[in-house]
Design a protein around this ligand. Structure first.
Ligand code: HEM
Length: 401
């Protein structure tokens, strides 16, 4: 089987049967087309996430996929992405993560609950005025975007083309192989726009410090904790993208699963207390981040395969979350699973800092929309999945009320 089938449009609707076949027959598989290894078993993915020999500093994998002239032309894009927290290794990773960890705490997530409720109520008010609202474009996407804007200190009206910029960046960082040649030009333009956007915000913070993350990062640049403006911009843009594309995907995927299952919907409406368990199962079943790439820092022997130093390695979170060795009947939504430790937030040194926040965002948004739009029904319009190897996300989810 040509594994690229895994990522082609035809498989987006349900990649899991092919992943199951790969996990069963070739758990460590070399992809000639992607020039990368694909690791699909839960225990192997978990072990690799904890193994420092698998490095995060992997932007060279993306840049290598570009022809030499484009590599030169877009070198700044590569530099920028190499300062994304998820693309760094210690000691730099430890220093940068330390700057964000003080913000993204469970206490922050709880403190944001009232603000999240106010945002979702406003979005539901707007959707109730439409005949067939789109739960992705009108709800799942704007909600986490507004929350992360608020945390960073960006006013909604200043966000400009943020949605497009973020999509373009996610297309570059979320793909591997031949696709990158197509998406790199737009990603470069959007990176330039984001760099200018963040620059303006930072200059404003130098004049008028605020109680927000951008001020915190601006002060870290002044104190030297951040060693350059490139580091600051990298951290800010990564937080913007990581902080909303993901939760938007989770909420969209969760709403699809709930609206396709009347018993589940009735249970969640009658017993909102089971929502946190449901959110974990939605994360497992339809992981928003399907894979986590790494670069082998030395030769590594894994299940009889020799991964050479410098090889790209795709840790397939989506496949690991469906491994029957850990999750019996992996395709079934089961709120009473005894083992619930999915890998959707990764594990180890790069464990998602936003996990507490996205759990609260998703539970509040689900509970509220099921309460205020209790009779909504999918319109039956064919569903489309975004063409992104890493992100598992719907392009739209229309309902009739
Ligand atoms: C459902 C929502 C989310 C999912 C599924 C998710 C998933 C992930 C995953 C898989 C990683 C590790 C990537 C890797 O190691 O390659 C990660 C890292 C990260 N996430 Fe999330 N994330 C979500 C929401 C958020 C939110 C709301 C924020 C808030 C800003 C956030 C901030 C981060 C940060 C800062 C990291 C980097 C951690 C590090 O490299 O040390 N995430 N996330």
């Amino acid at each position: 089987m040509d594994d690229y089938e895994l990522f082609c449009a035809g498989r987006l609707a349900d990649p899991y049967p092919l992943l199951a076949d790969l996990r069963e027959r070739e758990p460590v598989h070399w992809s000639e087309r992607l020039q990368a290894w694909i690791v699909t078993r839960y225990d192997d993915v978990l072990a690799a996430l904890l193994d420092r020999r698998f490095a995060n500093d992997r932007v060279s994998v993306n840049m290598k996929a570009l022809p030499p002239d484009m590599r030169e032309q877009y070198a700044q894009l590569g530099d920028h992405v190499s300062n994304w927290l998820g693309f760094t290794d210690p000691p730099k990773h430890t220093r940068l993560r330390g700057l964000l960890r003080t913000t993204f705490t469970p206490a922050l997530a709880e403190a944001y609950r009232p603000a999240i409720l106010a945002i979702v109520d406003e979005l539901i008010d707007a959707m109730l005025g439409e005949r067939e609202p789109d739960l992705v474009g009108g709800y799942a996407f704007p909600m986490p975007a507004r929350v992360i804007f608020d945390i960073l200190g960006i006013r909604d009206e200043d966000a400009g083309d943020f949605h497009r910029w973020s999509d373009d960046m996610a297309a570059f960082t979320g793909n591997i192989g031949p696709t990158l040649v197509e998406v790199a030009p737009r990603a470069y333009e959007s990176y330039r726009a984001l760099e200018e956007f963040i620059g303006t915000q930072v200059d404003e913070r130098k004049r008028h410090p605020h109680e927000d993350l951008l001020t915190h990062l601006t002060q870290a640049e002044e104190s030297g904790e951040l060693e350059s403006r490139v580091e600051l911009t990298g951290l800010a843009v990564f937080t913007l993208v990581a902080g909303h594309e993901t939760t938007a995907s989770l909420l969209g995927n969760a709403l699809k699963l709930v609206l396709e299952d009347d018993d589940l919907r009735a249970k969640l409406q009658a017993e909102p207390d089971v929502l946190p368990a449901a959110v974990e199962e939605f994360l497992r079943l339809e992981a928003p981040i399907q894979l986590s790439p790494r670069l082998a820092g030395e030769d590594i022997l894994l299940r009889g395969a020799t991964i050479r130093s410098g090889d790209a390695v795709i840790l397939h979170i989506g496949a690991a979350n469906h491994d029957p060795a850990r999750f019996p009947e992996p395709g079934a939504l089961d709120l009473d699973r005894s083992f619930t430790r999915h890998l959707s937030f990764a594990w180890g040194p790069h464990f998602c800092l936003g996990a507490p926040l996205s759990r609260v965002e998703t539970a509040v948004a689900l509970e509220r929309v099921l309460e205020r739009m209790p009779d909504m029904r999918l319109t039956g319009e064919p569903l489309q999945w975004r063409e992104n190897m890493t992100m598992r996300a719907l392009t739209a989810l229309r309902v009739g009320c």
